[in-house]
Design a protein around this ligand. Sequence first.
Ligand code: 4AD
Ligand code: MG
Length: 477
Amino acid sequence: MDKRTEISKVLAEPQFGEQVTVMGWVRAFRNNKFIALNDGSCMKTLQVVVDSDKVEESVVKKINFHACIKATGQLIESQGAGQTMEILADTIEILGETNLEKYPLQPKRQTMEFLRENAHFRMRTNTFSAVFRLRHAIAYAIHKYYNDRGYYYMHSPIITGSDAEGAGEMFQVTTLDVNKPARTEDGAIDWGQDFFGKATNLTVSGQLQAEVAALSLGKVYTFGPTFRAENSNTSRHLAEFWMIEPEVAFADIHDDMDLAEDFVKYLINYVLDNYPDDLEVLDQRIQEAEKNMPKEKRRPMGLVEMLRFVVDNDFERITYTEAINVLRGSKDFKKGRFAYEPVWGEDLQSEHERYLVEKKFKKPVIVRDYPKDIKSFYMRQNDDDKTVAAMDVLFPYIGEVIGGSQREERLEVLEKRMQEMNIPEKELWWYLDLRKFGGAPHSGFGLGFERMVLFITGMGNIRDVIPFPRAPKTAEF
Ligand code: 4AD
Ligand code: MG
């Protein structure tokens, strides 16, 4: 194919007077003359001016919304307002027509729901192209952050026999015939005859395997897809999402919190420094969307302003017990504004988390030392015998973005806890071995990738920050 110059390059290093070929999708076409062309390489469009003496009318007729074209001409300084340069195109070739009458997208504002149903085209919009460029940027920054600090990227398995979180929210993986599964003599399903010779599922977390790696290589992280069959039809949950799980030997819960705060601030700074144009578009989207909302429903700050605010302030750090006391002492609780009563020993509801972050402290909050009965078996027990060294990082609008803990390294304590919580020791013999041979204090956490992307892009629904969302009754594309 003929060579093309990417629009990001044309804009960054304009070769005025030279012939340039660009290829991309028409975002807008004004007065049968001015094309706003985008090729995905950056947020901005390049103006292509159609030379009507040279381009045939039959071709001009086909230049319309989201048609794909190739344009060649001289790059000149623009006469008009709004752009500094333009291509004076003497040849235009239509690479892919768009029949606007049949095309699902139209050149007007479309709802997020509608665009989700047309996920195969939504990346052509300003909003979604910005979201997915930022998703890439954040993924890259994650690898850069850990690589620059001497962590090793570990690939944890996607198919496992264990339930790392012990919550039983797993998708089963099997090659048995679901209509006629192999059965044992007593009529139970015979998993011994399944593909792996045992029951297996898609992983809910790579943590347990990351612990193996950390106790050899010192500092590691995983970054892969995880799967949860929780029937949560919310704007914060996916059935398939990506998680980043650092795991560090010789680190306690305080080191873990320091790493979490430094890490998420780094990601936000990376995007602020490198993707201002995409952030700007998303900032404007929010303002537009909130224009007709009552003031109390609008966000108190613009997107970029809020991201700066998060990186410029220390996160608040409190214990779970302090959090419960704050909530019970709050006006919101006393005036009956919570749907759920904050009670010691129970999970914080998202209304409680949002109160702490958005109303009380007005910045991200790290809550630690949760009651052991609402947390996973592997978390290290505190001396009070009631709580574990767990920590959650809570963000405005999103709630929990990170969940982590110091791990129980004491064999007897861990075994006792596994028995109490009915975690099959037989399945996790290798995990227990780590405590028997050369064990060490260690800690880690999981960052929900899409929740982080949701926060940084200011989008309202987690299904709009993953290209093809998987959620209850949703597996199109
Ligand atoms: O708090 P979680 O369940 O922690 C773990 O899985 C630990 N094994 C992590 C570790 O210590 N290595 O999940 C971690 C994060 C949550 O804080 C949340 O951001 C995200 O994963 N998450 C989800 N994101 C989207 N959809 C879901 N259904 C999610 N469930 C958890
Ligand atoms: Mg959690």
